[in-house]
Design a protein around this ligand. Structure first.
Ligand code: PRT
Ligand code: ZN
Length: 297
């Protein structure tokens, strides 16, 4: 039997899971994950889901067990460096997804007399990302020792097994709670959609393209807003320049008022209160900002 369904690997349980499911949902793909089930399928789109640990996602996708995967670039790049940049087996990044943003940073105890990066000379740094750290060390011509730990990296200095750590940071709360100070950023990460380098059948390619277009549309909509407002005709050109990331706006006559127009525009950026206040000062009124749910170009 020919299987014309595509397969995506997402994290079973962790910081990527909820947003990964949300993304599929925003693509109109409905999946009901059942407890303890590692394989689920969608009834309304030819897509199956494999729920795994995030560390397994890059190899599952590069080997073609899954056609797509959602993973942090920290894990993706660590695995790539570990494999030695084998170009023909590289997963392709299809879309940056903007969630699970964090940075891999070097941190030292607050008591450490840190001045600049040269203060780290001969230091022992504990990390779960030895390849990303080694890459940073080599690119910056540094001289440090790496101690690889799989978890609880932040307590390594207190235990006396390292002078500092190199770990993921998002709010900085964990570093603060462990009396550590962030001193160097090694790598910036966010979740991405990756695609297998393995060739798909023609039928699967069509489904994959459809899926990619939906993800792209969902991401475009995510960062966009639709704005509607009334403006004096005399202020039209000034008001249009104030709209952030706007494409050509639609300008409509207002019934019963020849001095004003209605402006509708799609803005590819967030619209902050400051922008609305500037629009109002320029003469705009009845300003409405609406979220955009889906988009297709
Ligand atoms: O079980 P599995 O292997 O699937 O999960 P995991 O435990 O390896 O990963 P998980 O769910 O913790 O993280 C998955 C991915 O989320 C990571 O690979 C990153 O891409 C991303 N991410 C974003 C983070 C963080 N932010 C983050 N803050 N991953 C981990 N952390 C940890 C960090 O290691 C440290 O312990 O959170 C702590 C620091 O957070 P703050 O907010 O105190 O700075
Ligand atoms: Zn993991």
């Amino acid at each position: 039997m020919i299987n014309n369904r595509i397969r995506i690997a997402i994290q079973k349980s962790g910081r990527l899971s909820e947003e990964s499911f949300r993304l599929l949902q925003s693509c109109g793909i409905y999946i009901k994950p059942r407890k303890e089930q590692l394989f689920c399928h969608s009834d309304n789109f030819p897509l199956d889901l494999l729920l795994v640990r995030d560390d397994d996602i890059p190899s599952m996708v590069s080997e073609g067990t899954c056609d797509f995967g959602i993973v942090g670039t920290n894990v993706l790049q660590e695995k790539l460096l570990q494999r030695g940049n084998d170009a023909k087996n590289n997963n392709e990044i299809i879309q940056y997804l903007g969630f699970a943003s964090c940075r891999l940073s070097i941190a030292v105890p607050k008591s450490f007399a840190y001045q600049d990066i040269t203060s780290l000379k001969k230091c022992r740094i504990a990390t779960s990302y030895p390849h990303l750290l080694l890459d940073f060390i080599q690119k910056n011509n540094l001289d440090m020792e790496i101690t690889t730990l799989t978890g609880s990296v932040e307590i390594a200095p207190r235990l006396g097994i390292a002078d500092g750590i190199c770990d993921l940071v998002s709010t900085g709360g964990t570093l603060e709670a462990n009396n550590l100070r962030e001193v160097e950023t090694v790598f910036k990460s966010q979740a991405v959609l990756i695609k297998s380098p393995k060739q798909l059948s023609e039928e699967k390619q069509k489904i994959a393209k459809l899926f990619q277009n939906r993800v792209e549309g969902s991401e475009l909509a995510n960062g966009s807003k639709y704005i509607m407002l009334h403006a004096p005709k005399s202020a039209l050109s000034l008001i249009v320049t104030l709209l952030p990331g706007a494409e050509r706006p639609t300008v409509l006559e207002l019934q019963g008022d020849t001095t004003k127009v209605a402006i509708h525009a799609l803005c590819r950026e967030s619209i902050f209160w400051e922008t609305m206040e500037k629009l109002k000062m320029a003469g705009a009124s009845s300003i409405l900002v609406l979220p955009v749910e889906k988009m297709m170009n």
